[in-house]
Write a protein that binds this ligand. Structure first.
Ligand SMILES: O=C(O)CC1=NCN=C1
Ligand SMILES: [Zn+2]
Length: 415
């Protein structure tokens, strides 16, 4: 049995409990001074404080000295579109000249531009590019992440994207949870048909959702419920089929227009609801009633020059808040979850303790990994970060630098 001792932890800070933390509990972190952690075969077996060493310390195979620094759970990235062909940097001058996100999409660009490039990319190209993103994310402190399909919008490419993620989950130290998001936009070949969107949803429900489930290629199904994309009824049809097949549910809702996506998320008890920049009172009430985690994406607001989701109000309503990057080539070309933490403080007015919960246990629960990761407790995976910082205030205060000094995954130093 391989045992790893992490000692001289100046401050060990973690949420406690394998459940989504909402309201007052969002800000409740355990803080242990002069702590140490013993990890046996990748699982935390003992945590001590006050300078006391764990019982098995003297026979540990590996000793890691945190030299008095902050240690938190490994970060959990709850929302990415990291498998994609090409980039969309040329949208920058278009946006600066006044084109909006939906204007570009309606003109056949945006997601559809990435769809063309992803369909043309080989499995190997997508694998190698995504592997690089996983390495970069891990270097920033992320030890578990979610990743969506959605740049194929046809059978073969959607499956290719999910196969890339399945192989990377086997090969890379990162734990990856896949989400099927074939309902990301209406593809060119359906756009000009009468009821093209309905026909496309029908194809997804008949062909792709069953295939993806039968081949265990994704745990969740997600849809872009938005003006000019999929409406409330189409979203409900798709999500009801997904739920019947056993998928967990997610909805991209109220990113630009509130057209009922967050109301639907609450009605269906989705695991999480994403974006929520434009959420209205009905949507907030529905999320609260349905126990849905709000997956807020501040770096997307930053890049789009848009408003920021009312995360503070969500916390006051008891809605569990997670924050994630939304890394994708169109609305958030950054995978930096530390920058998301800075923005969550500055723009959402979230306290450092609330931010830590929002990038650990809450996203972990939103992707079905709450029993395994997201907190530092006995029985959980030994996934942790040693930070070049004494406390969480420093992580929220310094922005633009990478403060992750050592990243440990199941007791192994991975970055
Ligand atoms: O624009 C993209 O590629 C990603 C996105 N999906 C829904 N909102 C943004
Ligand atoms: Zn997204």
């Amino acid at each position: 049995m391989a045992t790893v001792l992490v000692k001289n932890i100046g401050l060990l800070q973690t949420p406690v409990g394998s459940f989504s933390h909402g309201g007052k509990v969002q800000g409740e972190n355990l803080k242990l001074k002069d702590a140490a952690i013993l990890i046996e075969d990748g699982i935390i077996s003992e945590i001590t404080e006050g300078g006391v060493l764990p019982k098995g310390a003297e026979t540990a195979d590996t000793v890691i000295d945190a030299e008095g620094r902050l240690v938190t759970p490994g970060l959990v990235e709850g929302h990415t579109h990291m498998v994609f062909g090409g980039y969309r940097q040329h949208e920058i001058p278009m946006k600066l000249k006044g084109a909006g996100y939906l204007d570009i999409l309606r003109a056949g660009g945006g997601i559809l531009d990435t769809v063309r490039k992803t369909r043309a990319a080989s499995f190997e190209e997508l694998y190698d590019k995504t592997e690089g993103f996983l390495d970069e994310m891990m270097g920033l402190g992320v030890t578990t992440c979610e990743a969506k399909s959605g740049y194929g919008l046809d059978f073969n490419t959607e499956v290719k994207m999910l196969e890339v993620l399945k192989k990377l989950n086997e090969d890379h130290p990162m734990d990856i949870v896949s989400t099927f998001m074939g309902a990301h936009a209406i593809p060119e070949e359906y756009k000009d048909r009468e009821n093209g969107a309905d026909q496309f949803i029908d194809m997804l429900c008949t062909d792709l959702l069953p295939y993806v489930k039968e081949n265990q290629l994704a745990d969740y199904a997600d849809i872009f419920t938005e003006d000019s994309v999929f409406n409330y009824e189409q979203s409900k049809t798709y999500l009801e089929k997904a739920r019947k097949l056993g998928f967990g549910l997610k909805i991209h809702a109220d990113e630009i227009e509130a057209i009922g996506g967050s109301v639907l998320a609450g009605e269906m008890g989705a695991a999480s609801c994403e974006h929520l920049i434009a959420i209205d009172e009905a949507g907030l009430a529905s999320l609260a009633k349905g126990g849905v985690t709000a997956m807020c994406l501040p770096a997307t607001s930053f890049y789009l020059g848009a408003n920021f989701a009312p995360a503070r109000k969500m916390i006051e309503m008891g809605i569990p808040v997670a924050t994630a990057s939304d890394f994708n080539p169109g609305s958030c070309p950054s995978l930096n979850l530390q920058f998301v933490m800075n923005l969550a403080c500055i723009k959402y007015r979230m306290l450092p303790e609330e931010v830590l919960t929002a990038v650990t246990i809450n996203p972990a629960c939103a992707i079905g990994k709450g029993e395994l990761v997201g907190t530092l407790e006995c029985g959980k995976q030994g996934d942790l970060v040693i930070w070049d910082a004494p406390d969480m205030d420093m992580l929220c205060y310094r922005f633009g630098s990478n403060l992750a000094l050592q990243v440990i995954k199941k007791g192994m130093v991975v970055a």
